[in-house]
Structure formats: C-alpha cells, structure tokens
Design a protein around this ligand. Sequence first.
Ligand code: G3P
Ligand code: CA
Length: 287
Amino acid sequence: MAGRSKRRLSWRRRRRMVGWLKIILLWLVVIVVGYYAGYLVANLQFQADRPADPQIIAHRGDRAHAPEDTLAAFRAAIQAGADWLELDVQRTKDGQLVVIHDETVERTTDGSGQVADLTLEQIQSLDTGNGERVPTFEEAIQLAKQAGVGFFPEAKSAPRYPGIEAEMVAALRAQGYLERAILQSFAYDGLAEVAADNPDLQVCPLFGLWQFDLDQPGLESARQVCAMGEMALLYPWMIRQAHQDGRQVYVWFGVIEHPLVMRILLALGADGLIVDDPGRLAGILKR
Ligand code: G3P
Ligand code: CA
C-alpha cells in the first residue's frame, strides 16, 4: 500500500517537472523569437543597406577540399569562385614570411617544431598533404595577382614576430598588390601602427569571442571590421552599427559555419563571409 502511494507521488512529481520544463522551453522560444523579430522590425528601414554583392572569402583557401594555406587550396578556392583568399602568415628562423596557421608545424605537416625555429629550407622540406609545401608569402601574393583575386592575409601570432605587419606590407608593395589587399590581425597595436605608416593600406581588425563592440581605439580609420559570426548572430546590432559608421563587416566563423547561419548573416547585412568551403557559399549566393 505504502509502496504504491510512494510510486504515485514520484510519478506526480515527474509530471510536474515535465510541465515546468515545457513552460521554461516555451518562454525561451518566445524570448528568442521576440529578440530577432524585434531586431527585424526595428531595422526594416535598413534593409536597403544590405550589400548587393556579398564577398566570398576563402578561409585558408578552399580548406574543405585541399590542405589549408597551400597553393593547391588557393587554386581550388579561385576555381570555386572565391573573390578573396584568406591566409595566415608567420616568420621563419631566417626571417622569411611563410603561409601557415599554427606557430608549430605538427598539425599541418609531417614535421615537428616551431615555425620560428625552422629555416625556410627546413619548413619547405615538409609535406602539408597531397605533396603540397608551405608556401612563401611572396608565392601566395603572386598566385592571387595572376588570378586577379583579392588578398586577405592575417598577421598570425603577430606579437611573436615584431614588425611582421610592416614586412607584409613591404612584400605587397614590392609585388604591386597592396591595393588589392586587406591586412587582418587580432593584435590591434601592430595594426594601428602599420596603418598609420601606410595610409593607402586597408586593415581589418579581428574581433573574437564575446567581442560585440566593433570599435577599437586607435583603429577608428579602419574601413573594414572582421567580426566573429557567432557573436554577430547573438548581437546583430553590431553589423548595423558598423554600417552606420561607414564600415564593411566581414564575418569569420568559430565553429558554426553552417549554410543556415550563413544565410542569416547575409540577411543581417554581412558584406562578406570568410568560409572554409567557398564553393558552397557561391551556391548559396547563386553565383
Ligand atoms: O579571418 C579570420 C580568421 O582567419 C581568424 O581565425 O584562427 O582561422 O586564423 P583563424
Ligand atoms: Ca586566419
């Protein structure tokens, strides 16, 4: 008898818990839908500001189909319809600029060690997959120039390589391709310094996790800002604010580079998306 009433009690408790969970879930849906509906209603008049031709920026080349940050990935990206090549630049022991994302070579090559501890010859003897090599920055510029695509290099781990931004600008200038380039970095001081020294240089300060404010002291003159997609999704006002300040917003992704998210960001007015699979974005844009 006592056992049966205990069972009935816990069954009732469970039912009550499910009821509460449903109410909480419903409220969450109402809040999220209300948040974005509020944004859309408040910004109807800004819909005309949406870029006519959002740019396809290939993140580390077409890394969905070729080893990242290699000439093969850049060629594939161009083939897939990319408007720009995004790439990462670091410096070797003997002072050469090379295209590689990590500070170490383990993840992307068959070698080991720090980029800064290897000479250009040593780093170019490594295999980055499919027989590809780590390209020099100069090789990448030449490839972009031949194809006529925009160039979107990032001074990666810039504080580790003092003066790397100025060296990148010098290389772009020497190749006559500075005007088709936009230099990105998370290191705002270095970016501000090189921008001040080169008024014809375009820069795109990178904003990451929990950065919702795209203004950065010292970089007020930046005509472009590179926002993290997940943050723009949480706080779409940042795109509108940047547009009001006369800036273009290029969006890169932390983890959720999904077609639905891309469509939402385009609808919110992103001027370009930095994506692993440029062909897929070309399909979304019906190019
Ligand atoms: O373009 C921005 C993006 O490249 C920054 O992230 O780590 O892929 O270089 P990461
Ligand atoms: Ca990058």
